[in-house]
Each structure stands twice: as structure tokens, then as C-alpha cells.
Design a protein around this ligand. Sequence first.
Ligand SMILES: [Zn+2]
Length: 66
Amino acid sequence: MATTDDSFNGMTEHCPDCDLETLHEVSVQIRTESLKKENAQFSREPYRVAECQRCGNRSSQRMNNA
Ligand SMILES: [Zn+2]
């Protein structure tokens, strides 16, 4: 049947809710953040979103903190 399925980006990470190492589904979202309401300038920030496959807790983290 199917050999390696790369579509599910699963990672084992610590979940603060479960207080365990659990499987997380990891994805990247681009969020548009408005800096000022009057300003038409928006910054698009990539966020790394990890969803615990045990309890469904989602945590997002801004990626460009370099
Ligand atoms: Zn969890």
C-alpha cells in the first residue's frame, strides 16, 4: 500500500496541557498583522502552529525571531 506519507507533518513535542510528549500536527500559517489601523501597511508573519493530537491544544509561535 502507501509507503511513506509526507502529507501528515507529525512531530513529537511536549504539550503543556497533557504534560506529556505527544504527537503534534505541525503547520505553517501566514498571518497578516496590521501595525497601525490608519496605516495601510501590513506585515505578514509566518507562524508555526502545532496542534496536539491528544487533547487538541494549539500553540502558535512566530517564526522570524532572528
Ligand atoms: Zn495535549
